[in-house]
Ligand binder design. Sequence first.
Ligand SMILES: Nc1ncnc2c1ncn2[C@@H]1O[C@H](COP(=O)(O)OP(=O)(O)O)[C@@H](O)[C@H]1O
Ligand SMILES: Nc1ccn([C@@H]2O[C@H](COP(=O)(O)OP(=O)(O)O)[C@@H](O)[C@H]2O)c(=O)n1
Length: 208
Amino acid sequence: MIIAIDGPAASGKGTLARRLADHFGLRHLDTGLTYRAVAAALLANGLPLGDESVAIEIAQNLDLAQMDKSILAAHEIGEAASRIAVLGGLREELVNLQRRFAQTPPGAVLDGRDIGTVVCPDATVKLFVTAAPEARARRRTDEMISNGKDAGYTSVLDDLKRRDERDSQRTVAPMKQADDAVLLDTTEMDIESAFQAAVDIVSRAKGV
Ligand SMILES: Nc1ncnc2c1ncn2[C@@H]1O[C@H](COP(=O)(O)OP(=O)(O)O)[C@@H](O)[C@H]1O
Ligand SMILES: Nc1ccn([C@@H]2O[C@H](COP(=O)(O)OP(=O)(O)O)[C@@H](O)[C@H]2O)c(=O)n1
């Protein structure tokens, strides 16, 4: 079974993906981390974000097991990831890596922006997880504060909106709800109710 989860920044995709993977005994890949890891390597080496051949080389040597979320979660890395995510050749390289992960038994939960549309168009079930920008900015701000970093609610909200705009307007694999995806709006849901709703959607799709 493959579960595809897409949606805008800080909508709760990763939280749901991790919990669904545990619940259904599947592996989990946060595909955002693959874009973040490439962006972080470019930034660390002072290389331009538009240099696609270097970005592709970094992607070819990416070790999924070595991606460290605590480092890659940094705000500026998310912004840089969204800038390099417009590069078609880089996306092709990362999509191949993500597909290999998805196709390895016993199956997987992948979360990102183009999982249901490009990476796993034949996924068993697809969710598009969203929430109002203000709710997402509040969640991301609280998350940053609990990790000892406070970027300020207003600046987080502006950054999320700008990134969503770039991600949904780009020509290659834009963020978009797949025609056969189920929409899950978690604005008024806490994590537990969102998880229960997601389990119900997956169970219905599996016919259990
Ligand atoms: N339904 C929810 N209600 C409140 N907070 C949530 C909810 N879903 C996720 N969160 C919190 O919001 C933050 C962003 O969630 P995350 O799963 O990392 O989002 P994404 O993967 O879409 O960027 C995390 O701190 C998470 O604990
Ligand atoms: N499948 C994916 C996943 C992420 N991305 C890009 O990578 C950036 C960071 O993704 P992320 O999922 O880590 O971001 P958050 O939702 O966690 O803030 C996004 O803004 C997208 O530009 C993408 O283009 N396609």
